[in-house]
Ligand binder design. Structure first.
Ligand code: UDP
Length: 366
């Protein structure tokens, strides 16, 4: 065999795997059907600004080892995610904190804010869906102004039909802290994410514009083992039916002014505005360029040929996923990893964590 590992997908999962395997003198071939590396964390320079081509990616983690790991390949800036939400002509801070409560109700005393939420909360031990989860966490006002419209646009489903866990990501704080994440470490890599992937892939053979499924037998014959980071249902020819995804459409514009919205992320939480958010990329890096690049993000159901972004982890899809997973677990020479192959709504740090763990286990056994 020419290679020890054929790695299908040049995103972070595949790149970390390749990097660690290579350090142990394993021969890796990395293929990707796109014309660039990096998967969805790919960034591209436009007007001197690193544009997050597949949606905003903000690195955050509590995992010290993962943080140290990524810092080997880039310097991270001090960016702290503090999105703004627009609901009709009202403007709010996110995540839900004293600033938001003041903007909503004019309260500046944390105890008053707690009382206000308590008076609207749904008393419910075990929320069965996202709506119940949201109502029991923050009450009706916040649910209706800041959650319902955004979530239903984002997922294309009623909040009653969505799993509660999606909203558990959002903190609720009785302090004046606009930091979206609770994690200890956070930042954006100076120079963009693509540089990290480039460094991880240094020394591996990479073939772009290369579709695994177009020449499956040929690629299978090249390596002892396959690391597959694509869609799990596609790997098995959709035999149990497709796993559903949400996809995003990005509408980017270069504007001839230095500042459009004064913040990297502005969410549009009403249901009338057709997009979910506008990203102004330069603010991830405190950019001072004369122009600015903005991207409107529209969410829609994934159809053949679209890029899959968010797995729809409802009951139907999770059950289907388990059927595929059972097949995957029986494979001796294929390793499955990443958001698409594991059909999970992972954050970036988890991908680094999982890939590192998996490749280490693999190299110990090899
Ligand atoms: N969300 C919301 N209002 C907002 C932002 C987020 O209701 O203004 C909910 C929504 O259900 C979304 C989830 O929180 O799907 C997670 O949002 P986040 O921005 O963390 O996810 P990302 O799209 O960045 O992965």
């Amino acid at each position: 065999m020419k290679y020890d590992y054929l790695i299908v997908g040049a995103g972070p999962y595949g790149a970390v795997f390749a990097h660690e395997a290579m350090k142990c003198n394993k021969r890796c071939l990395v293929i990707d059907k796109r014309d660039h590396i990096g998967g969805n964390i790919y960034t591209e320079q436009v007007e001197g600004i690193n544009v997050h081509k597949y949606g905003a990616h903000i690195f955050h983690t509590n995992d010290r080892e993962v943080w140290d790991y990524v810092n080997q390949f880039a310097t991270f800036n001090r960016y702290t995610n503090s999105p703004i939400a627009k609901f009709k002509d009202e403007v709010y801070n996110l995540p839900f904190n004293m600033n938001t409560f003041y903007q909503l109700w004019g309260v500046s005393d944390p105890a008053e804010a707690e009382k206000k939420i308590e008076s609207q909360r749904l008393q419910c031990e075990q929320p069965q869906n996202l709506e119940e989860q949201a109502l029991s966490l923050v009450g009706r006002d916040i649910y209706e102004k800041l959650i319902k419209g955004y979530t239903e646009k984002q997922w294309g489903r009623s909040c009653k039909d969505l799993p509660a866990f999606i909203i558990k990501r959002l903190p609720v704080r009785f302090t004046w802290d606009n930091n979206y994440f609770n994690d200890q470490y956070q930042g954006i890599p100076v120079g963009g994410y693509t540089l990290i992937i480039e460094k991880l892939l240094e020394g591996s053979e990479v073939r772009l514009n290369t579709d695994y499924f177009a020449q499956r037998e040929y690629f299978d014959s090249l390596a002892n083992k396959i690391v597959y980071t694509g869609m799990l249902d596609e790997f098995y020819d959709y035999r149990f039916g497709p796993l559903e995804y949400r996809t995003l459409r990005f509408d980017s514009e270069v504007l001839d002014k230095p500042n459009f919205q004064g913040n990297a992320v502005v969410n549009y939480t009403d249901k009338e505005t057709p997009f979910t958010r506008i990203i102004e990329h330069k603010h991830f890096e405190f950019g001072t360029q004369p122009k600015t690049v903005i991207t409107r993000e529209y969410s829609k159901e994934h159809e053949n040929g679209d890029e899959p972004y968010y797995p729809v982890n409802d009951q139907k899809n999770n059950a289907r996923y388990l059927n595929y997973k059972e097949l995957a677990e029986r494979e001796e020479n294929v390793i499955f990893g990443g958001r698409l192959a594991e059909y999970k709504y992972y954050d970036m740090w988890q991908i680094f964590r999982n890939s590192l763990d998996r490749v280490r286990k693999e190299l110990q056994q090899a």
